[in-house]
Design a protein around this ligand. Structure first.
Ligand code: IMP
Ligand code: MG
Length: 196
């Protein structure tokens, strides 16, 4: 499936949040996220069963993917193991696409069916780096599952096997995503302007 454009859902425009104009404006509601995670979990389970995989190794990218991974993993009907990594990227004045692994997986990826779980693809550099790095470790398979994508911002083409939503090119928070470590625990995905 890698290489093909994955099926996705385009998020509608943001509407004011429950707190009126004060907080993040809802872009994707809790119910819509939940329904989409159900669909993704069903597809992933079906595909890996068809491929004869006995176990999936879910690798979540900290910190943004922790909630998505927690919900997704509990809806998979295929046995799975869970591991996490953390990366840092240098933006702005620094070299574009300079991504570094600052916390590696504890598990060996050799001969495992690895599914990278990420909150958002923006430029694509993070996922591109991770696919190259982990692809060199001899996994039985290596796929990606991404909750949101900003299609207008991608600088490198990365294969997305499973994708939740296409979203506008705005800063989004909630459901694991943050702005300077704020708003991560909101149950929905919302948009904020940088000063919020
Ligand atoms: P990329 O390497 O440009 O694709 O960036 C991916 C990473 O940037 C994600 O894992 C997030 O940590 C962060 N990011 C990009 N856009 C947003 C956003 O709108 N909200 C929160 N984090 C974001
Ligand atoms: Mg991230």
């Amino acid at each position: 499936m890698s290489g093909a454009d994955p099926e996705t859902v385009t998020a509608p425009g943001a509407t004011p949040g429950a707190a009126g104009d004060a907080g993040p404006r809802t872009l994707i509601s809790e119910a819509d996220i939940s329904a989409r995670v159900d669909v993704l979990a069903e597809r992933i389970s079906r595909d890996y069963v068809e491929a004869g995989a006995e176990e999936i190794l879910l690798v979540g990218v900290l910190r943004g993917a922790f909630i998505f991974l927690a919900d997704l993993s509990r809806r998979l009907t295929v046995p799975c193991a869970v591991d996490f990594i953390s990366v840092s990227s240098y933006r702005g004045s620094q070299q574009a696409g300079d991504v570094r692994l600052i916390l590696d997986v504890r598990s060996s990826l050799k001969d495992r069916h690895v599914l990278l779980v990420e909150d958002i693809v923006d430029s694509g550099h993070t996922l591109d780096y991770l696919l190259r790095t982990f692809g060199a470790r001899g996994p039985a398979s290596l796929k990606t599952c991404v909750l949101t994508r900003k299609p207008g911002s991608m600088e490198v083409e990365v294969p997305l096997d499973y994708l939740g939503f296409d979203i506008p090119d705005e800063w989004v928070v909630g459901y694991g995503l943050d702005l300077a470590d704020k708003h991560r625990t909101l149950p929905y995905i919302g948009t904020v302007t940088p000063e919020e």
